[in-house]
Design a protein around this ligand. Structure first.
Ligand SMILES: Nc1ncnc2c1ncn2[C@@H]1O[C@H](COP(=O)(O)OP(=O)(O)OP(=O)(O)O)[C@@H](O)[C@H]1O
Ligand SMILES: Nc1ncnc2c1ncn2[C@@H]1O[C@H](COP(=O)(O)OP(=O)(O)OP(=O)(O)O)[C@@H](O)[C@H]1O
Ligand SMILES: [Mg+2]
Ligand SMILES: [Mg+2]
Lengths: 220, 220
């Protein structure tokens, strides 16, 4: 489903080229549940952003369902991202002037889901995450963990084929973290391919495979 | 050093009053190292913001060094905050248009520290946290964990009497989290009073006491 070949990502300043990812080769099959770990600054978020079509590699090839997506135009990448991918951001990136309800509903609007079904999906997620009372509030009125839960709900609402989760439990209490991981495990058993970045060893073990990234390279 | 008496914090909407903190009574002595724990939405950040003079209680009294600070004007509170308190924010709140170096240096400028000494303090922190290479970058060019480290460096640069840390290790790898907690322990042994909010049981145990907040109240 996902094939990365010799992916490099660097930033060029006037005097030097800072390599963030070097020679990444990766193959991920449909239905897998992968955990990516590594120190701060290793390049994990950068890698996830490239897989999620939110960022471009500087060199190398990315085949998504065998299609060379690194060659696609911006518009086509955005379409792929919206139709196939759910993304849980490390810094949440909720829309500040939309309510909790509207934030979760957004991917369903893009997918053209009918009003009645949208209502049911959002209501179910608000209930599962115990944030029904917050549905009409705005992101700045929520606690850190509540914002993270809204980010998770938004990412899974559209039942994407591929879920990319960047530190999905960083601001959650251990019980809530477990609740989220059990939910991800269930979604994976129902067919969702999941790639998570996590610093939590216990939660990393929910995946079938752990990939370690150190200094921009996959550690063998 | 810190005495909270019958602190309430609520938000009023047209139909109801949402209580975030109810009847909080707390006494914290100089030199203590306290850990606050509890579920998402419990009111922990809200409590820390009130203690840090960044937010006001709706009811009740707050004595800081025996002074009724809840009665102070905005300007006086800001002065207290800058002279006595270091704050590590759950969402970092770095200044986007200042470099890493300038972000860390900011509290030292407020304290009137001389140029040569400022240079030494910032250089030492960049080195300790292994982010010297990032000193001229801006916050958006850093990884999540790197931003968190800059937030921590900024909070402790001015050697404040009181350090308030809201989830200081949420985005750090376990080893880096331990490095930060060992540093906090050392600062506490040198006299700094520390109150941290954390979801991490292991790191909570670095404190001498754990306070549990559930639904806006201290759990006895
Ligand atoms: N402006 C506001 N209007 C309404 N409710 C608010 C507002 N600001 C905060 N709240 C509510 O206050 C409650 C406590 O928030 P707080 O940020 O203190 O939680 P917390 O214990 O730090 O949680 P976390 O562990 O998730 O960071 C939340 O339920 C939040 O929705
Ligand atoms: N625009 C940029 N210019 C220069 N360096 C950058 C830029 N964007 C990112 N970087 C660097 O890329 C590196 C990797 O960042 P990334 O966010 O992928 O790390 P990470 O592994 O997700 O770390 P964390 O666990 O802290 O979230 C960091 O060292 C960062 O400073
Ligand atoms: Mg990251
Ligand atoms: Mg909080």
């Amino acid at each position: 489903m996902i094939r990365l070949e010799e992916i490099d990502k660097y930033y060029s300043s006037k005097f030097q080229r800072i390599f963030v990812l070097k020679g990444i080769n990766l193959e991920i099959e449909q239905g897998e549940f992968i955990s990516i770990m590594g120190p701060s600054g290793a390049g994990k978020s950068t890698l996830l952003n490239i897989i999620g079509l939110l960022d471009e590699p500087s060199e190398g090839a990315y085949y998504f369902y065998d299609e060379p997506v690194h060659k696609l135009k911006e518009k086509k990448k955005t379409e792929y991202h919206r139709n196939h991918i759910g993304f849980i951001f490390q810094a949440y990136h909720l829309i500040e002037d939309l309510t909790v309800y509207e934030n979760i509903e957004t991917p369903l609007l893009y997918k053209g889901v009918k009003g009645k079904e949208r209502k049911a999906i959002v209501a179910d997620l608000l209930d599962r995450f115990n944030i029904v009372a917050k549905k009409d509030l705005f992101p700045q009125q929520l606690s850190g963990g509540q914002q993270q839960l809204v980010g998770i709900a938004r990412a899974i609402a559209g039942k994407p084929n591929l879920l990319l989760a960047d530190e999905p439990t960083g601001n959650l209490h251990t019980d809530q973290g477990k609740m989220i991981m059990d939910l991800l495990k269930q979604l994976n058993e129902e067919g969702m391919t999941i790639i998570q970045v996590t610093h939590n060893q216990e939660f990393a073990n929910y995946g079938s495979k752990i990939i370690n990234i150190v200094d921009g390279m996959v550690e063998e």
